[in-house]
Ligand binder design. Structure first.
Ligand SMILES: Cc1ncc(COP(=O)(O)O)c(C=O)c1O
Length: 489
């Protein structure tokens, strides 16, 4: 954020930054972003800061008087940037890698500028109507049924919470109005596989189902929910006095990206009258690739389904899309309209505050719309297809090298693997060895890989999801991994 001008004085005559000052620093910030995106190699992907270091560099007290932007932006570079984990770096191969794309970043800037709070249609007509349209485009791109209508939530965790609350209301037990206690209600139970994301159990905590109310179902050799075991669990619970109400299936589980057998799970839900929520937070994006459509097979029968454009559709954090076959079911779970929020438009419009726990509603649809338009359906498909290819290539290198072992199938763009040097026989020693290997790789600052446990065993993850990650990045990551393994002896 170098300055080529005389700093403007901090004392400002107007109530806010003047248009001139805004223009000057705005250009500077945009230039900085362009350089930042163009030269990721200038930054470590995992920062070399110790806990407390950033905090120690920040004054303990707020400034009494306003400060000049030059100093603020300088501190951004000197204090904040060194403590950034570079999620937008091509070498970010950890967790589920993602991208804040150029059009998405520009969308975020405009969202902040117009600052619409679309809690009501009246407080954000464009935001409300664009949300509906952009999510409908996305629905079409993924081949989901016409009946599905979407709303934007901040994260998949909240999307799943909203779905579980809708499912809870659909039981007819009037829990939103009467609460859970003191009425002799049966205890509610929902089901997900043992590989499901922790956000499912957390939704149960928040919705009053309790951790005991979420029963995990065993998976097969490829980490997919066993529908026969699901059906047995439902029968067993019903006989024991529980009220089964919801099943959460996952398309692209967090640890291994396994795909639950949604058609068979939908059959079970139909037979028992249970709500079917699909967590396709990561994997759903792959359905924009025509030959990958099959990953959402059966999802047309879901009551609700979540996909995160902030994971693999190149939209900056945060944006989660929650689709519902009957959006009114969500409205019935959440709508609460105090006198001061009644408007003359009445039921003729959508008021987004009715579709989740929050009143305030950020104008997230803008960055989604701009990103969808910029890349187009074919542009998304070709980019995601390339990520899938890179993952297959990396998996093939692992498979071809006897010192390495793949730990799970590769249905998407995540590869699970470990180093298996000759002479290390015990599983505990292999776990410790691979943890040390991960630390050595991450210490390079060039790439960032993370880990999980697969059937209890430590496994490294290589997740491809950043637009700037290319074949050279993956080849370099493979080289770093092998060098680090050799270095450990
Ligand atoms: C399958 C799955 N579901 C849900 C989540 C939670 O996503 P969010 O961070 O948007 O809440 C994740 C996060 O990685 C995930 O992998």
């Amino acid at each position: 954020l170098s300055t080529e001008h005389e700093p403007l004085p901090p004392a400002r005559p107007g109530p806010d930054m003047s248009p001139d000052e805004f223009r000057r620093y705005g250009h500077q910030v945009v230039d900085w972003i362009a350089e930042f995106l163009a030269h990721p190699e200038r930054h470590r992907v995992l920062p070399a800061v110790r806990p407390g270091e950033v905090s120690a560099a920040l004054p303990a007290s707020p400034p009494a008087e306003g400060e000049a932007m030059d100093g603020i932006l300088r501190d951004f570079e000197d204090v904040i940037v060194p403590g950034l984990t570079q999620w937008n770096h091509p070498g970010f191969l950890a967790y589920f890698a993602n991208t804040a794309s150029g059009p998405g970043i520009l969308g975020e800037m405009l969202t902040a500028a117009v600052n619409n709070n679309a809690m009501l249609w009246r407080t954000g007509p464009s935001a409300t109507e664009l949300e509906d349209r952009a999510l409908d485009w996305m629905r079409q791109m993924m081949g989901l049924p016409d009946a599905f209508r979407g709303t934007i939530q901040d994260t998949a965790s909240i999307s799943t919470l909203v779905a579980v609350c809708a499912a809870r209301e659909a039981t007819g037990l009037q829990i939103r109005d009467e609460g859970l206690g003191g009425r002799g209600l049966p205890r509610l139970r929902m089901y997900c596989s043992e590989e499901a994301h922790s956000s499912v159990e957390r939704a149960g905590i928040v919705a009053g189902i309790g951790r005991a109310g979420t029963r995990t179902i065993p998976t097969d050799a490829e980490f997919r929910m066993d529908p026969a075991a699901l059906e047995r669990a439902i029968a067993e619970d019903a006989a024991a006095g529980w009220k089964p109400f919801c099943v959460v299936a996952t398309v692209g589980t967090t640890s291994t990206t396994s795909i639950d057998p949604v058609p068979a799970i939908a059959d079970v839900c139909e037979r028992h009258g249970l709500w079917l929520h699909v967590d396709a937070a990561y994997g759903g994006a792959a359905a924009v690739v025509p030959e990958m459509r099959g990953v959402l097979e059966g999802c047309e029968r879901a009551d609700t389904l979540v996909v995160n454009p902030h994971k693999w559709l190149f939209v900056p954090m945060d944006l989660s899309a929650l689709y519902a076959r009957d959006p009114q079911a969500i409205r019935r779970a959440f709508s609460l309209v105090p006198a001061y929020l009644h408007t003359a438009e009445g039921a003729s419009v959508t008021n987004l505050m009715d579709y989740g726990p929050a009143l305030g509603k950020r104008f997230r649809a803008l960055k989604l719309w701009m990103t969808l338009r910029y890349f187009g359906a074919r542009g998304f498909a070709s980019r995601i297809r390339e990520h899938l290819r890179l993952a297959r290539d990396f998996a093939a290198w692992i498979d071809a090298d006897p010192a390495w072992e793949r730990m799970a199938p590769v249905p998407f763009s995540l590869v699970l693997y470990r180093h298996r040097p000759a002479g290390v026989a015990s599983e505990a020693a292999l776990d410790a060895h691979n943890e040390r290997l991960m630390d050595a790789v991450n210490a390079t600052g060039e790439v960032f890989v993370s880990h999980t446990r697969v059937r209890g065993r430590f496994a490294l993850r290589l997740a491809i999801g950043n637009l700037r990650t290319d074949e050279a990045t993956i080849r370099r990551a493979w080289q770093i991994l092998r060098e680090a393994a050799a270095g450990l002896g």
